[in-house]
Design a protein around this ligand. Structure first.
Ligand SMILES: *[C@@H]1O[C@H](CO)[C@@H](O)[C@H](O)[C@H]1NC(C)=O
Ligand SMILES: [Cu+2]
Length: 236
């Protein structure tokens, strides 16, 4: 789990905790993501290589964009309206939301740094049960299935996009942990829609660290509803 005893920490590899997206499935085809802790030169993957999947503790951290990853050599083609499934080799936490974001890269992937107010959500699941102190959360679904499937909005304008899967772990009171990874998608189709400004935000800092969806004590028992931080989901 998140904080091992010092004795255990000395013998357990760092990679034993937490988790990250390690591959993607589109139209029955599996696309390799990244699985290591040391970026590999020339890895033929669609995912932006991350240096580690240690928890990111603040929503303003620069690693929030794509867990520190910059560009990948490949991309996956997906028709607008089809689903993409992210796969985690392992995941350890069951409280907190899953949020899936996209960002347009009109100039191509290599220079696409995810900066500016261009991120929008296409999917999310926060608390679906009645109690915050339960496993009835989006990340609880990932814990059980090690998968998350999201639909690319059918009307989305074709082009190059980043897709960013974010797990926000809330199991420690008032100590949020963010786990984001990004992959590169070539969206096809005949749509022409793009989200309006109300759906767009910047990453890092899509919300304040004090947002009640981020800085929360799920064991308090006072709040019974939960609102995911950031803008509403854009469905096209
Ligand atoms: C496709 O993704 C949506 C969420 O965006 C989900 O509700 C639906 O179950 C997924 N479909 C499949 C076949 O996985
Ligand atoms: Cu963890």
């Amino acid at each position: 789990m998140q904080f091992l005893l010092p004795l255990l920490a000395a013998v357990a590899p760092l990679a034993a905790a937490h988790g990250a997206v390690t591959s993607y499935i589109v139209g029955g085809k599996t696309y390799a993501g990244y699985e290591g802790f040391s970026p590999q030169p020339n890895a033929q993957i669609i995912q932006r290589q991350w240096p580690d999947y240690n928890p990111i503790m603040t929503v303003t951290d620069g690693k929030m964009t794509c867990n520190g990853g910059t560009s990948a050599p490949l991309s996956a083609s997906i028709a607008a309206g089809d689903n993409i499934t992210a796969v985690w080799k392992q995941w350890t936490h069951q409280q907190g939301p899953v949020m899936v974001w996209m960002y347009a890269c009109p100039g191509g992937f290599q220079g696409c740094d995810g900066k500016g107010k261009g991120w929008f959500k296409i999917d999310q699941m926060g608390l679906y049960g009645a109690s915050m102190n339960s496993n009835d959360w989006g990340t609880g679904v990932v814990y059980k299935s090690l998968k998350w499937s999201s639909k690319i909005p059918a009307s989305l304008k074709p082009g190059k996009y980043l897709i960013r899967h974010e797990l926000l772990a809330l199991h420690q009171a008032n100590t949020p942990q963010f786990y984001p990874e990004c992959a590169q998608l070539d969206v096809t189709g005949s749509g022409s829609a793009t989200p309006s400004g109300a759906y767009l935000t910047s990453i890092p800092a899509y919300a304040k660290q004090s947002d009640p969806g981020i800085m929360v004590d799920i064991y308090q028992g006072k709040a019974t509803t939960y609102k995911c931080p950031g803008p509403d989901v854009w469905t096209g």
